[in-house]
Write a protein that binds this ligand. Structure first.
Ligand SMILES: Cc1ncc(COP(=O)(O)O)c(C=O)c1O
Length: 348
């Protein structure tokens, strides 16, 4: 079979990469936190709006180089929305049909963005997304991307401008260039796997902390290593926390895990909005709350240093949910105790 179309597809993805800029590393100026610098790697500025732009690029290249994606192959993916938006972007770049199998309560703005890139959305209960994706791929003769299996292996964790290499390059001129901690949350677990492997490969002293929201099995799995764990309720923090142990979640490269209540994550979003003048998605709230806890521990032990975490996507996608106080009170709970805690510790 001719490789002409595949060659052209890879060339289009590489050219798209050449046209792209790296994402910013933002230094926060937090009152009451002297000697500890907190940085946010702003992944919301990718062309398709989230850290999933990196994963989608890797998954398409992996599928093309494995011979799984050919001219006209329909692409199917199970996603909470962000991955589907980024994959729809690349499917359009290559002229391939794209169907996203997404949980029925996915933010409407995300659905509109998938459709904007020419993708179709298939809304199903959160626990059915995997089986439904497999069924559709089989029925259509398509390729099921399966980010939850392949995220950890599609990205080159040794470097090749992955997120870890980019963070360490951007930290080079900072007062504490080797962070004490990198903090991330897990959806597929792909990003934490890349970070954790890179830290080992480069023999860096940085520790990896993974923050986990309510109703996710990653935290209990990390401690029990029981990969049959399931949760009957899905995560309320879009993009992270899973009801089953995903194959891409690599527990052995994580140094510690922290449970972050969803009310704490949303309170942190509002605090961050005041500090940065920017709205971020809820997984960023989970990340930043965990980073602040680690900063407080460091401060109590008289340590100085830096901590890096991620802005995973922008809050503009969630104006009618996480930025709607009525929705938050009804679906997440009372965030005021955490707002008071943050205001007391770090008054803005
Ligand atoms: C908004 C958001 N934050 C965080 C994550 C988690 O990233 P990963 O899948 O690499 O664990 C995702 C994954 O979908 C996401 O969409």
């Amino acid at each position: 079979m001719s490789r002409e179309w595949v060659n052209q597809a890879i060339a289009k993805i590489e050219a798209d990469f050449q046209r792209s800029a790296d994402t910013h590393l933002i230094k926060l100026d937090i009152p009451n936190l002297s000697g500890i610098d907190l940085y946010l790697k702003d992944e919301s500025t990718h062309p398709s709006g989230s850290l999933k732009h990196r994963l989608a690029r890797s998954l398409f290249l992996y599928g093309l180089c494995n011979g799984w994606i050919r001219e006209g192959t329909p692409i199917i993916e199970s996603s909470s929305g962000s991955t589907a938006i980024s994959e729809a972007y690349f499917a359009r770049l290559l002229g391939l049909p794209f169907i996203a199998v997404i949980p029925e309560h996915t933010a409407s703005k995300k659905i509109r963005q998938i459709e904007f890139y020419g993708g179709r959305c298939h809304l199903v209960p959160a626990t059915s997304i995997y089986a439904e994706s497999e069924r559709l791929a089989h029925e259509l003769g398509g390729h099921y991307m399966d980010q939850f299996t392949y995220a950890e292996r599609a990205t080159d964790w040794r470097g090749n401008n992955n997120i870890a290499e980019s963070i360490f390059r951007q930290m080079q001129a900072e007062p504490h260039p080797i962070p004490q901690w990198i903090v991330m949350s897990a959806g597929t677990g792909g990003t934490s796997a890349t970070l954790g492997r890179y830290l080992r490969y480069q023999r860096l002293d940085t520790q990896l902390c993974v923050a986990d929201p309510d109703f996710s099995v990653f935290y209990p799995y990390y401690h029990s290593r029981d990969n049959n764990l399931t949760s009957s309720q899905g995560s309320r923090i879009e993009g992270i926390g899973r009801p089953r142990v995903e194959p891409s979640f690599i527990a052995d490269v994580i140094d510690t895990m922290m449970q972050v209540e969803d009310t704490a994550a949303i309170a942190t979003l509002y605090w961050l909005d005041t500090l940065l003048g920017r709205k971020c998605g809820a997984s960023t709230g989970t990340n930043v709350y965990a980073a602040l806890q680690l900063a407080q521990n460091m401060q109590q032990q008289g340590q100085q240093g830096s901590i890096v975490t991620l802005i995973c996507d922008s809050g503009e996608r969630y104006l009618d949910t996480y930025y709607n106080p009525d929705w938050v009170a009804c679906k997440i709970g009372d965030i005021r105790p955490y707002q008071q805690q943050l205001q007391q510790r770090y008054p803005l």
